[in-house]
Design a protein around this ligand. Structure first.
Ligand code: PEP
Ligand code: MG
Length: 566
């Protein structure tokens, strides 16, 4: 038995078989071809090598600031331009009648073997380069990569170097028990999705890939941040007991489904769900959520191969609004950028993406794409239960711009005789400190505000939410963050507007009483956390915490706050 420490980003225990997914796992069929096909394969070879070389050229340009990276990429180009490479692969196709992918894969396997057998430090670095070029070229040749999830058994625990948000959403459809990665962080979108699915997950699990064998028994202890490899019988039994206790707790929580989220002193809290992909609506309906407080529409721009059309978006929004009716759905406009990268939006690479072209900035720089989304939303709003929310608002002007665009879209739809409903509430996300500071002005031009604590913490404390190495600085209860939340709530209430919290703080039991005492009216949480948060609301007496609020807000450090709210 072996125990490795990681950081838990989604609690709970998972017991299952390890399924290792390496970035470089491509499925290569050892296919033989007919003589007639040789010409076609050779011409594919030339074309595909040219394509990948051009791709490398583009990358070299993008790395204009890093000579080191450019040199690496230049050396990759040289591997492709090596006459030996051309000669050997051509021979494997012409003489041995191997398919192009078979020939390329054989060439690189042999080259890697030769370099490895030389036992030389410099050459071992070259192996990484060869593997990189091989992966790049073969992925292109194969076009659509084989879906690695196809081979995954139901009780698997996925072991990966890192996981992208779009991959977690794919996992959603499989009955996978847990996730464990070598890298990652608590506030990345991958972790948020794992929590919403109640999927125990560890990140930052050092030396993970080298310690595990595929198919071996493992346990993810998401409560204490441990991965247990080849557990003894005794440990396995212990964890089976914990697992069944956790299932019992979940079953008990189900009894709260129809209980109203009202505090002991009588304040009704609107408790809604955050969704990242349309499939999550099933959870929203199952747990009788009071609607969707945040529909992150990024998946449309991250998972799709091409830009989603207005019609595709309309169908998705309409379906979510119908399934939610009579409850409302807050659709957040495109918020790619940061760790949510989109290939199809073609955003230029930036030195500082979190401070770059993300959120509303992308929409306002790509008006036709933004208008498509707005038109789709207005058309889907025939039942009147949709609201629009804008991400990454830094000031009033952006909202004014958005309103103009909504007006233009309405006029265009009217002219075209397409049914739509522009009676729609508009909200701003408060996730940049400037927006919190001038939340009085922002509340004047909006119908509601929603605090995105994930980014508000990131930008207030200047701490990258995805960088595990500095996660000690990521402090939700930092006095500066609490003061900004309080200011936002007070400003909005002055104008009779409601304030929600849709960041991850709202999904954590330990912060609920504090948020309610700060005056927050609504919470939007991961669907998997909805009932646990409801329990917290029901057990909360705001009138008892309120008198302590001044003391909490006067704290000088988050540690002091944490002590007080414990
Ligand atoms: C937030 O920043 O708190 C938020 C809800 O938005 P996202 O996590 O999608 O950036
Ligand atoms: Mg955000």
């Amino acid at each position: 038995m072996k125990k490795i420490q990681g950081n838990s980003v989604s609690s709970g225990v998972a017991i299952g078989k390890a399924k290792i997914i390496r970035k470089r796992d491509l499925y290569i069929e050892r296919r033989k071809i007919h003589k007639d096909e040789v010409k076609v394969e050779l011409s594919r070879f030339k074309k595909d090598v040219k394509f990948v070389s051009n791709e490398l050229d583009k990358l070299i340009q993008d790395f204009s600031y890093s000579q080191e990276n450019r040199d690496i990429l230049e050396s990759h180009k040289m591997i492709l331009q090596d006459p030996e490479f051309d000669k050997k692969v051509s021979k494997l196709i012409t003489k041995d009648l191997n398919s192009l992918e078979h020939a390329v894969s054989s060439y690189f396997s042999e080259a890697v073997e030769v370099f490895n057998s030389m036992n030389d430090m410099y050459l071992s670095h070259r192996v990484n380069d060869l593997e990189d070029v091989s992966y790049r070229l073969l992925s292109h040749i194969l076009g659509v990569k084989k879906d690695v999830l196809e081979d995954i058994e139901e009780n698997s625990i996925l072991i990966m170097e890192n996981i992208t948000p779009s991959f977690v959403t794919k996992v959603f459809k499989k009955n996978i028990h847990g996730l464990c990665t070598e890298r990652g962080s608590k506030n990345s979108h991958s972790s948020i999705i794992a929590r919403s699915m109640n999927l125990p997950m560890l990140v930052n699990t050092m030396g993970l890939m080298g310690n595990i064998k595929d198919g071996g028994d493992i346990i993810v202890d998401g409560n204490n941040g441990y991965l247990i490899i080849d557990p003894t019988k005794k440990i396995l039994e212990k964890y089976k007991t914990i697992y069944s206790k956790e299932q019992n707790v979940r079953t008990k929580l189900l009894k709260l489904i129809d209980v109203e989220p009202v505090t002991i002193d009588g304040k009704i809290i609107k408790l809604m769900s955050n969704i990242e992909i349309p499939q999550e609506i099933d959870q929203v309906v199952k747990f009788h959520s009071a609607g969707i407080g945040l529909f992150r529409t990024e998946f449309l721009f991250i998972d799709f191969e091409d830009l989603p059309s207005e019609e595709e978006q309309y169908e998705i929004y309409k379906s979510i609004a119908e399934q939610s009716n009579p409850n409302s759905v807050v659709i957040r406009t495109i918020d790619v950028g940061g760790d949510k990268l989109s290939r199809i939006l073609n955003i230029a690479s930036e030195d500082n993406p979190n401070l770059g072209c993300r959120g509303i900035r992308i929409s306002l720089k790509n008006i036709p794409i933004f208008k498509q989304q707005i038109r789709a939303i207005l058309r889907a709003n025939m039942q009147g239960n949709i609201k629009i929310m804008f991400p990454m608002i830094s000031g009033v002007n952006e909202i004014i711009e958005c309103k103009k665009i909504i007006k233009t879209c309405s006029e265009e739809l009217s002219k075209a005789g397409i049914p739509y409903n522009s009676e729609i509430e508009l909200g701003a996300m408060i996730e940049i400190p400037s927006a919190a500071v001038i939340s009085d002005s922002i509340a004047e031009v909006c119908d509601f505000l929603s605090i995105g604590t994930n980014d508000l913490i990131q930008y207030t404390l200047a701490v990258d939410r995805n960088n595990q190495a500095i996660s000690d600085y990521y402090k939700p209860t930092h006095p500066a963050v609490l003061k900004l939340i309080k200011l936002t709530v007070d400003n909005a209430h002055q104008l009779g507007k409601k304030v929600a919290v849709c960041g991850e703080m709202a999904s954590e039991n330990k912060y609920i009483k504090l948020l309610l005492a700060l005056g927050v009216d609504e919470l939007s949480v991961s669907p998997g956390r909805l009932l646990a948060i409801k329990k917290e609301i029901i057990n909360c007496d705001i009138s008892k915490i309120k008198p302590k609020l001044d003391k909490i807000l006067a704290c000088k450090t988050s540690e002091e706050v944490d002590k007080l709210i414990k």
